[in-house]
Design a protein around this ligand. Structure first.
Ligand code: PLP
Length: 398
């Protein structure tokens, strides 16, 4: 009898892997010193936060790196250090997460939303059309999907748009061999639990621009201790910024830096593990006639920490039924087309701090878009079972 009972998945979609013993031991060592604040160092000691900055700069090839309190503050600091403020307009993707328009609102600037197309990346024709409406593009690589970065940088250069990348979902990813976060003035990363490294909360900013990074460091709350940063520009670069930039108190502490350092060393391996899991899910879901998945371009090295598919043939009632049916069998899908924002999911109409804008193309894509996390605690068999359940539910609802 049990053979015919519908299969259920029982593992948690929000359970990340435990920290490895190296990170735990390093954290205990830092706690034993009591020197948790990044500027609290013994004579001759370089802080963990400073070492982290050095290492992340080296990993990405950036000249400079700054560790901060979160991905959201990384974006606020980057916008502010780029000279953006009240009265300025910043372009960003219509499909992203609320901390992105939230960062623009936090510095007093106004958000101009650019359409997202079927590839889940920024619509280049709409970017071209709206480029003159702002001075900066905060490009969100939402859910790890990279736009054609050569085309994006060409449009930005032609219209004088400063490019800042939101790499919350692309740590470890690249386009045409060049790391995400390295295409414009700055790249902003998150090390919050649900991203590609886990420090609870945390963020990183990278750049090659000395003046920008000097302003960013002061803005992050460095006081006059900016010479204690392992991947900072020379002290001369701080001449104006040191007294001009407001102190935003958004520093990363040594405890989080300590547990992040070994995780960054494992990033290529983790990226490969995500790719394997993504491939199992993608291959199985593509066999369903109801699912449309983005074809990842050859130029893109993608880190599949989540997967998205569209069900364009389904009505909203059918999609709600699908989400419900999968949930009953232990598979958590999120629907970006739902009328009310739920959990981490929201659509542009729910952001009341952004002037209402018409985005028919984005709305059309979001109406049928489903989204699922792939934590590394799932193995390849788990991914195969999840795909089987989704396919059965698609058939039941169709
Ligand atoms: C999580 C997230 C951020 C912000 O990161 P936090 O560290 O949570 O502030 C930015 N952009 C996107 C697309 C995100 O998902």
């Amino acid at each position: 009898m049990t053979d015919t009972a519908p299969k259920r998945f029982t593992r948690s979609f929000t359970q990340q892997e435990p920290l490895d013993e190296e990170a735990i031991a390093a954290a205990i060592a830092v706690m034993r010193t009591g020197r948790l604040h990044r500027y609290n160092t013994a004579v001759g000691e370089e802080s963990e936060a400073s070492l982290l900055e050095r290492e992340f700069a080296a990993t990405t090839g950036a000249s400079f790196c700054l560790a901060v309190a979160s991905g959201g503050t990384a974006m606020q600091i980057a916008l502010s250090a780029a000279g953006i403020g009240p009265g300025d307009r910043v372009l960003t993707n219509g499909f992203t997460l609320s901390p992105v328009p939230g960062a623009i609102a936090a510095i007093g600037a106004e958000t101009v939303l650019v359409e997202t197309d079927e590839t889940l990346t920024i619509d280049l024709a709409d970017l071209e059309a709206k480029a003159r409406q702002g001075s900066c593009l905060l490009l969100s690589h939402m859910r790890g999907h990279l736009a054609d970065m050569e085309a994006v940088t060409e449009i930005c250069a032609r219209h004088g748009l400063t490019l800042i990348e939101d790499c919350a979902h692309t740590m470890g990813a690249s386009w045409a061999g060049k790391a995400s976060g390295r295409w414009g003035l700055a790249g902003c990363f998150s090390t919050q639990t649900y991203k590609h490294a886990n420090t609870g909360e945390g963020g990183l900013v990278i750049s090659d621009d000395a003046d920008f990074m000097a302003r960013a460091i002061i803005r992050s709350g460095s006081y006059m201790l900016y010479d204690r940063h392992g991947a900072a520009p020379p002290v001369e670069s701080f001449a104006a910024a040191r007294l001009d930039m407001p102190n935003g108190s958004a520093r990363m502490d040594n405890l989080r830096a300590t547990i992040l350092r070994p995780q960054l060393r494992r990033l290529p391996e983790q990226a490969r593990r995500w790719q394997e899991r993504y491939a199992v899910l993608e291959t199985a879901l593509r066999q369903s006639p109801h699912c449309v998945l983005r074809q990842i371009p050859a130029a893109e090295s993608h880190v599949g920490s989540s997967i998205q598919f569209r069900v364009p043939g389904f009505s909203p009632a059918q999609i709600a039924d699908l989400v419900e049916g999968c949930a009953m069998r232990g598979v958590e899908l999120k629907w970006f087309g739902a009328a009310e924002p739920k959990g981490y999911t929201s659509a542009h109409r729910s952001w009341r701090y952004v002037p209402p804008q018409e985005l028919p193309k984005t709305d059309r894509v979001l109406t049928s878009l489903l989204d699922m996390r792939i934590p590394l605690t799932f193995d390849l068999d788990d991914c195969a079972l999840i795909a089987e359940i989704i396919r059965e539910e698609l058939e039941r609802v169709a």
